[in-house]
Design a protein around this ligand. Structure first.
Ligand SMILES: Nc1ncnc2c1ncn2[C@@H]1O[C@H](COP(=O)(O)OP(=O)(O)OP(=O)(O)O)[C@@H](O)[C@H]1O
Length: 708
């Protein structure tokens, strides 16, 4: 696919601009389409899942020249396909898989290569699903459910502590184009004073370029110069970490799935990621929080600095309270003993006040200094401060005695700033180290998630296949089927032991038949004729999708079309009858086909129906590569209207049980016209009655026998 979006089928200007604005670029939108990622497409506002599926179908149609209705020629055929896909989709754990499964549909025989290639893709997943033991609420299911397409971080918290300044326009533009301003302030400065003014507003300033490196820096700013090109993880590690933080859950879950699958089955999954790399990536991911911060415990120094800022106000408050109490307690307890000379000194030349005041001041100062000293020690201990950090603590307390003790808030501010500066620089250092390790896994993570989503799709097919005991059919070139121990998927649910397995063969030679390809299936009411048609439709559709089928063994001839006509409800009006006959005209095409028709007779009166059915059967018989099963109660009348060797098979009731329920053998008997239910009921009434009644029932029963 070389062209742009609008060159794709079904994508006009309007949809194209919607896709570009949603995915961020035309290239990204194209990637979604190439991946056939219906789920992502359906997230675009205004595009429903159904519409997304049809867009992908159109793409497949232009690439491979096929679309679902090439094969599924009637509503009923489409209906069976949709029910099957619905069932398979229910085994998905992810929206991606659920939606993408709808891009699989049956291919006509000319695409037999695609069918066979899908078969071989699927086989190993069926084996895997068979091998893997799963319990209810399995960890594997839980993890798979958490894998989803990776997203750009949405609610990034912009750091107000750091700024990146470019000393030239080019670098500034590069920063802007990389959306660095989502994470940090960015700026462009022309002169040194401007830079210093700006730097004073931040804990850390990074300057791109060497225009100002020769200038002397004032002490109150922290500036780092970078004069050569640096990777994004170094400049703004938040960008790299942000991506992993936003996608922590899907990536960690994908890794967990790989681990579980590898340990339970040895299945080769994401072979480009070995156990060691996986452990390193898991380890690095476990060190970041979903908001892009480093978790506690990664670095003791970082934790210490964070803890100081978190607990400082409370510690200071309690220290101050204690200091005031201590000071007042000490003063309460203190007694001043004056010597006589001191007492007399009060009356000396220097005056009374100064001597006593000096002495008292000395006493109070001593107590104050002790209390403040203890307070500082407590702060140091409580917050694990380093000695050099104590210079700021010293500034928080006045040297002059004031009671109650007062805090110097400028000292507090300078303490907090100093700690914050250390925190910013330490955190940057640690984030760079984490971002460096993570950045080398960015592509791997994208691949792992993409592959796990794809895995979920194949795995869903595998699980479906195991639950319904499906097997890969043998594909042949001529229309026809041969089913052994086949079970209709729509009755009884997964592994339904209630469903009686059936054998049936049309168009394929076996000891009992001559490979007749056009047959009438007769049988008792509720014998299972419709169920048989549904089963043939299921098997035909699944086989043409390259999927396994519900039969212990199956041989299926690839054809171009499936035409399935379900039973019409009652006699049709003249108009509806005309439409139905027109619908049937599709059988005349020379394409190879499977045609399934359920009780067409109810569209009009029996005589006319038998003639019409006979005509249709003859047309189908004339097509060399066509197989047809017509369910009908009018087998005899139909045969009277044609000379063609149409085979009649029958689903036979072996009898009635005590409650008048049919005992049915669900496998059709070849070349056998099955008795109808009314006959069986009359037979039973005959057996159970006597006298005049028995005579009456016998007369009715004989009427059936005469017709035979
Ligand atoms: N192989 C089977 N195993 C178990 N149940 C079956 C099987 N085949 C059919 N049934 C059940 O028998 C019932 C009747 O089946 P179905 O409708 O296919 O009969 P029918 O011959 O088409 O009847 P009618 O002539 O009235 O249309 C359904 O409930 C179906 O689920």
């Amino acid at each position: 696919m070389n062209g742009g979006l609008t060159e794709l089928p079904g994508i006009g200007e309007k949809i194209s601009s919607k896709l570009i604005s949603h995915f961020g670029s035309e290239q990204k939108a194209l990637e979604v389409l190439i991946k056939r990622d219906v789920a992502s497409l359906a997230e675009v506002p205004g595009i429903s899942e159904k519409y997304a599926i049809s867009i992908i179908h159109e793409m497949i149609s232009s690439e491979e020249g096929v679309s679902p209705d090439d094969f599924l020629k009637t509503n009923e055929a489409m209906n069976v396909y949709e029910r099957l896909i619905g069932l398979i989709r229910s085994y998905s754990h992810t929206t991606y898989s659920r939606s993408k499964l709808s891009t699989y549909f049956p291919y006509p025989s000319r695409n037999s290569d695609s069918i066979r290639s899908i078969q071989s893709d699927i086989k190993k997943y069926i084996e895997l699903a068979q091998k893997i033991s799963r319990s209810k609420n399995d960890e594997l299911d839980t993890c798979l459910k958490r894998v989803r397409n990776l997203k750009a971080p949405s609610n990034v918290t912009k750091s107000r502590d750091r700024v990146i300044v470019a000393d030239n326009k080019k670098d500034f533009e590069t920063l802007k184009n990389n959306d660095i301003d989502h994470y940090l302030d960015i700026s462009h400065v022309d002169n040194f004073h401007e830079l210093i003014d700006l730097a004073r507003g931040y804990s850390q300033t990074l300057v791109l370029g060497n225009k100002f490196t020769a200038n002397d820096l004032p002490e109150d700013v922290s500036i780092e110069f970078v004069d050569d090109a640096k990777d994004i993880w170094w400049l703004v590690p938040e960008v790299t970490i942000g991506f992993f933080a936003a996608n922590k859950e899907p990536v960690e879950s994908a890794l967990e799935v790989i681990k579980l699958i590898r340990s339970r089955s040895g299945f080769e999954l994401c072979t480009y990621l070995n156990d060691q790399a996986m452990a390193e990536l898991s380890g690095e991911l476990s060190m970041i929080t979903p908001d892009g911060e480093l978790v506690l415990g990664v670095d003791q120094e970082l934790d210490r600095l964070k803890d100081i800022l978190k607990r400082f106000n409370d510690v200071l408050k309690s220290v101050l309270k204690k200091a005031n109490n201590d000071l007042s307690e000490r003063m309460e307890k203190s007694t001043v003993t004056l010597k006589g000379s001191q007492l007399l000194g009060m009356f000396g030349e220097k005056g009374a006040d100064s001597g006593l005041k000096n002495m008292l001041e000395k006493e109070v100062n001593k107590a104050y200094a002790e209390v403040i000293g203890e307070s500082k020690e407590t702060i140091k201990k409580e917050l694990s401060l380093r000695s050099f950090e104590m210079q700021h603590v010293d500034l928080m307390f006045n040297d002059e005695v004031v009671y109650p003790i007062e805090i110097n808030y400028r000292g507090v501010e300078s303490f907090k700033n100093a700690i914050n500066k250390q925190l910013v620089s330490r955190s940057l250092e640690m984030k760079r180290s984490s971002a460096k390790k993570l950045s080398k896994y960015e592509k791997t993570c994208k691949d792992v998630v993409k592959d796990m989503l794809e895995f979920d799709m194949y795995y869903a097919i595998g699980l479906f296949s195991v639950d319904y005991e499906l097997r890969m059919p043998k594909l042949t070139k001529k229309a026809g089927i041969n089913l052994q121990n086949a079970r209709n998927i729509f009755i009884g649910g997964p592994s339904a032991k209630k469903v009686e397995p059936v054998n049936y063969s049309v168009g394929v030679k076996n000891p009992e038949t001559k490979a007749e390809k056009v047959v009438i299936l007769s049988g008792v009411n509720s014998g299972g004729k419709t169920t048989m048609l549904d089963l043939i439709a299921q098997v035909t559709i699944l086989a043409h999708m390259g999927f396994p089928v519900p039969a212990e063994s199956a041989e299926i001839g690839l054809v171009d079309e499936l035409l399935y006509f379900s039973k019409s409800k009652g006699t049709l009006s003249a108009g509806a009858f005309e439409t139905t006959i027109k619908d049937f005209s599709t059988v005349i095409s020379k394409n190879s086909k499977v045609v399934l028709v359920d009780e067409l007779e109810s569209i009009t009166e029996p005589g006319a129906s038998a003639r019409i059915i006979a005509g249709i059967l003859e047309t189908l018989h004339d097509n060399d590569n066509c197989m047809a099963v017509f369910v009908s109660h009018l087998a005899e009348q139909i045969l009277k209207n044609t000379k063609y060797p149409i085979r009649i098979d029958g689903i036979e009731a072996k009898g009635l049980d005590a409650n008048l329920n049919l005992i049915v053998d669900r496998t059709p008997r070849y070349n056998y016209l099955a008795k109808s239910t009314p006959e069986l009921i009359v037979e039973r009434l005959t057996k159970l009655s006597d006298g005049e009644k028995k005579e009456f029932y016998t007369r009715l029963l004989n009427k059936f026998k005469q017709n035979n």
